[in-house]
Design a protein around this ligand. Sequence first.
Ligand SMILES: Cc1cc2nc3c(=O)[nH]c(=O)nc-3n(C[C@H](O)[C@H](O)[C@H](O)COP(=O)(O)O)c2cc1C
Length: 357
Amino acid sequence: MLFDTYRMGNISLANRTVMAPMTRSRAVDHNIPNALMAEYYAQRATAGLIITEGVSPSPNGLGYARIPGLFNAEQVAGWRLVTDAVHAKGGKIFVQFMHCGRVAHQANLPGGAKAVGPSAEVCPGEMWTDASGMQAHTAPVAMTADDIATATTEYATAAKLAVQAGFDGIELHAANGYLLEQFLNANVNKRTDGYGGSAEGRNRFVLEVAQACVNAIGADKVGMRISPHGVFNGTGPFEGVEPQYVALTEKVSAMGLVYLHQLDHSAMGAPAVPTALKKLLRNTFKQTYIAAGGFDAASAEALLKSGDADLIAFGRPFLCNPDLVARLQTGAALNEPDMSTFYTPGEKGYTDYPALA
Ligand SMILES: Cc1cc2nc3c(=O)[nH]c(=O)nc-3n(C[C@H](O)[C@H](O)[C@H](O)COP(=O)(O)O)c2cc1C
């Protein structure tokens, strides 16, 4: 099944593998995508679907060093190199919108931009800055209702720019503790207005952003990634998490989002997502369901056969195997990922992983 074609919304995928979104921090010049990035993605174009690394829809969302954006003409032109290179090889590609929110350091943000969040609490932990190495996160500014409206418009504008840049669609990153999940998670969202205080309030910003993007480019071009039970970036468990995610899933399903991308980082040390919840979300969401986290060929095939997912996303295996699909298909050995070059600039550990002869 993994190597069968699949119809997702209005597009045909060559197989059921998805390259999971992975930040690679190679947008060295003003967060603009470049030819090296186009080469990296083109090398992996045999994936059924590529989801790009996290890309900020706003200057305020560029929390990490050297991550790309999609909010100006230079970035649209840069992304055009990427989408053309992938399409020339017959691949399909969605862009992941990752607004980092409070997962940010001021040194990584362009002039005039600020770290923002649902509340003013600093994200625990540290992050890399090119100027001064590891640093504590910058204290975020709690977003006003106007800030929320502005950010929502930024997502919708970026969605239109994504289509202009040649992407087949967008993925809203509502996982891993970035801005959208900062609103969803009761440990981070301490608001007392209509954007917090209850499950409905915490879901509101995500649903408004999703609706704005659907209005901008159509539901068949909008997917969403979620990580209920995730602990990354100071999120973690809270009372009522499961019913809240079921309600969110019901709403985005009714909105017609093209896919729901559910991730389980237990293979990376996070708490496991209960199987019952995965099945419930899968059955609640009526369009395409993508599962991610710790898959190999056998577990991917087994999950597809069980009917509990339509597509399987692979992260690290795609990072270090440009020809992952061929290797999975033939049972060939896989290259191992080199963690030391995950986020370093340049081609080492990026475009130089060997393909099979
Ligand atoms: C280097 C690296 C960067 C990542 N960056 C992102 C990201 O930008 N957005 C995202 O949603 N997930 C990100 N992830 C998580 C992956 O998409 C994926 O969920 C995770 O690697 C687990 O899948 P795997 O076991 O197949 O690697 C990243 C993972 C890695 C290894």
